[in-house]
Ligand binder design. Structure first.
Ligand code: BTN
Length: 240
């Protein structure tokens, strides 16, 4: 990951820049980084604030169908490790993949894949990290956001953070291809477990107790009716 690194001053979305290259069969591990994005997206069709000063990247991967479910947890672990190594801060994760500091979102992960029959044509993983948000940007972001410079004593060097993320992604992806999944480490970082939560997914709401995750990282929700539900994706809000 990161042998081929493309920098842009401004793009619509690094996801689309990476996608265009994936469709032409670009080298696996190609990385697209942008200073600003004019049409960036988050999970479930949300927008992602993309002004200058933060880190926005997408990576082209060609995973197998077996490894595909692990890309989400792989990214979460890579981002947490990178932030911890560069800043000494200890981020946590809100299922499925909001990276939190002081309970507020510092980074987000988006995985988009194209599957044809039994084969994954490509996956694009997108990572956005709030490195230096301004006060008005923080106000704009629903649900509360925080940036690294806010949470840490000193300024965080973006180039070092990028290098560290790519290194962690690379190491975790090689391990995954050898059958070593990141789920255990990811589970230890999850704040959601043990909480009463509401999960929204495709217009449905599920309320219950976040009992655990399965081997692939899906959330095991014990609904109030007693039904166990396995959710591979969604948005969790903790209810207290
Ligand atoms: C989320 O938490 O909803 C995921 C946010 C992902 C944002 C990143 S920024 C780089 C890449 N390009 C995009 O348009 N989105 C992702």
């Amino acid at each position: 990951v990161g042998k081929r690194l493309l920098f842009f001053q401004e793009v619509g979305s690094t996801m689309d820049e990476a996608l265009r290259r994936a469709e032409r069969g670009t080298e696996e591990g190609t990385v697209v980084v942008a200073e600003t994005q004019t049409a960036s997206r988050g999970r479930q069709g949300r927008a992602w604030v993309s002004r200058t000063g933060n880190l926005y990247l997408s990576v082209v991967l060609y995973p197998s169908l077996q490894t595909l479910p692990y890309l989400n947890s792989l990214c979460g672990v890579a981002v947490v490790r990178a932030i911890a190594n560069i800043s000494g801060l200890k981020p946590r994760i809100k299922w499925p993949n909001d990276i939190l500091l002081e309970g507020k979102k510092v980074a987000g992960v988006l995985v988009e894949s194209a599957i044809a029959g039994e084969q994954v044509h490509h996956s694009i993983i997108g990572i956005g990290i709030n490195v230096a948000l301004e006060a008005d940007e923080i106000d704009e972001i629903a649900g509360g956001a925080i940036s690294l410079n806010h949470a840490s004593a000193g300024d965080i060097p973006r180039d070092e953070l990028l290098r560290e993320i790519l290194q962690q992604l690379d190491a975790l992806y090689i391990q995954l291809n050898h059958g070593d999944t990141p789920v255990e480490e990811w589970e230890e970082l999850l704040d959601t477990l043990g909480q009463r939560v509401k999960v929204t997914w495709q217009g449905e709401e599920y309320v219950g107790f976040a009992d655990g995750i399965d081997a692939q990282g899906s959330l095991l929700l014990r609904e109030d009716s007693g039904t166990m539900r396995t959710l591979a994706a969604g948005d969790a809000t903790s209810l207290r």
